[in-house]
Design a protein. Sequence first.
Length: 345
Amino acid sequence: MKKIDYKERIKDLHLTNLLRVEDGGTDTLLSDVFIDNNSLPELSIDEVRLEKKFFNRNFSRPFYINAMTGGTEKALRINEILARLARDFNIPMMLGSEKIAVVDKKFPETFTIAREVNKDGYLIANVGATANLDVMKKAVDLIDANAICIHLNAFQELINGEGDRDFTSYMKNIEAALKYFKLPVIVKECGFGMNQRNIEDLAKLGVKYIDISGAGGTNFARIESMANAAEDFSDIFDFGTPTALSILYARELKKKYKFTLIASGGIRTAMDAFKAYVIGADVVALGGELLKYVYHGSYEASADYINSFSDKLRKLMLITSSRNTGELKHVRYKLEGRLKDLWED
């Protein structure tokens, strides 16, 4: 029988537990964004365009596939389907954390499958912020990446039974990446959101692509707790900065610093994406909801989800007289409930 080591087992558990969790236990607070109906849009559906330029390239949709998996046998089929979706819809795809492949030399094929399937596509390498420059270079080379993402997951690591405990190299490693790579460098959270200070520190450092990855989507406190039977973390499942609040924080800082604001963390529906754009996002990323269609369904089911998502988003854009997602920033909105309280506090 094949021996499965700890890192491979944890990756398997992350994937299995993510798909078992129906309710993350947190709220994006996007439901607290109120937008009036517009009965006189004065626009034709043919005028509404989903094409968008970001990461210095033109894409057919204003969103991309966020990091999901890799480094476990189950990931091969998932990343093959995701790569096909990215290719056929002309959108970027971010791979899961590549450390297991470039440092531990395990399951590299679960990452390279994306480039085999999507030869000319836009692929984003992905490593944790504790990775040094050598690891980052290997991650880029492994998939011939067009960009690199450095993810911040301190809270997730702290809950992980054998996770990192030293995060003092985060800023140093991000700075090294910015100085070395000519490719876009994305810095993203992993589902707990960013506060204003985090975002400003990254912007000051020169990060041009910031994914706030807020609370309300994949809940890694819950997922890690399910994988770590030695300790119960249920009392902290609701920790984190909600996606909507992190977007508002970042939007304010964009007035001073130039960076692309990426919204992820619970972007499950077209309405979620629509509201994220209205309150300040430049682009959104899809993760856990798409993964469910891939894992439990098929390529066809996943493609239907993306087509439906796109069609609904286009209709929401029309009803607000928005020809593209950039014009959504001019749509008037009001904040309600908890989001209003947190933002005005």
